[in-house]
Write a protein that binds this ligand. Sequence first.
Ligand SMILES: O=C(O)CCC(=O)C(=O)O
Length: 304
Amino acid sequence: MDDLYPSRITSEPQMLPRLDPVVHSSWTPDAPISEEMARQFDADGYLVLPDLFSPAEIETLQAEAGRLLAYPDALDPETVIAEPGGAEVRSIFEVHAQSALMARLAADERLAGLARFLLNDGVYLHQSRLNYKPGFHGKEFYWHSDFETWHVEDGMPRMRALSMSVLLAENTPNNGPLMLIPGSHRTFLTCVGETPADHYKQSLRKQEYGVPDETSLAELAQAGGIVAPTGKPGAVVVFDCNVMHGSNGNITPFPRANAFLVYNAVSNQLQSPFGAETPRPSFIAARAVAEIAPAVGPITEDAR
Ligand SMILES: O=C(O)CCC(=O)C(=O)O
């Protein structure tokens, strides 16, 4: 298969044009978002949906996240990633496979239906995780385009995927909310440096390859600025697979907990990695397509 987005090959970074649409459907009045919101997602590469989930639903999801974080020994050890240089949990991967409630959240029509519209296809979960940024010690996530890694290390062919961050704790300006560079999703910034074998084992704590260079990052940020959407639990940040993003550390006493769900179009199934010997394991990048069936109605404890 042709590599439309070659990265980690040249000795200097390059800014290549995006060759795929951002909003893959044409907007119609029965779309799950307004025309203005679809236009905004297209232009900026992200969208904030406040109050998508009710306080009762969020309480249920928070209790589940609390249980998952409190008993990491009950989880598949490979999926539990500690903070760099620490023992506190940073991320729990494949959270939908380890919690029926998280699977219910991922299938919820408010999320999956929106993903289906934006990607104009059936969707499946490429990745799910609970990203926890503990108070005082939570470390940053450095700037990156998810697609760069998914393409090079997982074999995702096209930009036809997106992420949703469901806020389970309040994200304030101070506790390390997600930061994004609006408009950066229109440029594919290539990275420098060949991918070493088993790179994922180290990169889940701290990434060293697939890291964009500072000059190009500065150029993107000067053009688009930097936003850091905040919100109460129950809000959702939707962002394109190629938007440049990251987040600061959390030295406040207030932990930040977000459920991260990555939807990929069924037609954009993974191929052999475009720049790595072997694909990353399926708990990080699902290789089987399990199309999501719509789930409607409120999320309750019954889903456990
Ligand atoms: O949780 C965050 O602040 C950022 C996480 C992130 O960038 C990612 O999971 O790709």
